[in-house]
Design a protein around this ligand. Structure first.
Ligand SMILES: [Zn+2]
Length: 189
């Protein structure tokens, strides 16, 4: 079953201009390394309140995805807006408790960056396409088969909900090199 992506998102995006963007955490902040907990129905009002500042943070960076742990909220939700990149037919999206239920055997290599690892990039190998299931902000269940940049971004953001950063997909040597370079850069600024 494939559903169209809902447009509830526009409400929160419209408010993003009027709020302060949330600061984005960088390593070694412990929240980035924690497994985030499932969102419960009673969490929704707080999430709705924080969404405009979450979108503001993503657009300010600028980035195409942001997960709640990156702003210090250890709960399983994330936002994605691919903008004009590659596939502009995909509107901005809020995913609550997203879950990858199927992965393609076909793998793809693509350069990734991360708003929590500013100015660091590396080629990461992941499944080319995935089937993802999530709950919308209005409580509906959705399922979608994503490929290309959208699939890549979903996998990267769901990693954040599990305390995983893109550098964890690299060799220990490459990972340590990037993290050392980043920590030097963050100390300078
Ligand atoms: Zn990231």
């Amino acid at each position: 079953m494939t559903h169209t992506i809902s447009s509830d998102e526009t409400t929160y995006i419209a408010l993003a201009d009027a709020v302060s963007p949330l600061p984005i955490l960088t390593p070694p902040h412990p929240t980035l390394r924690q497994k985030a907990r499932l969102v419960q129905p009673e969490d929704i009002p707080n999430i709705q309140a924080v969404l405009p500042s979450l979108f503001a943070a993503m657009y300010k960076a600028p980035g195409i995805g942001l997960a709640a742990p990156q702003v210090g909220i250890s709960q399983r939700f994330l936002i994605i807006d691919l903008g004009q990149k590659e596939d502009s037919s995909i509107p901005p999206i809020i995913m609550i408790n997203p879950e990858i239920i199927q992965e393609s055997e076909e793998m793809a290599e693509r350069e990734e960056g991360c708003l929590s690892l500013p100015s660091q990039y590396a080629a990461v190998v992941r499944p080319e396409s995935i089937r993802v299931k999530w709950t919308t902000i209005t409580g509906e269940t959705r399922e979608y088969e994503a490929d290309g940049l959208f699939a890549r971004c979903i996998q990267h953001e769901i990693d954040h909900l599990n305390g995983v950063l893109f550098v964890d997909h690299l060799s220990a040597l490459r990972r340590n090199m990037i993290l050392r370079r980043l920590s030097k850069k963050l100390k300078q600024s």
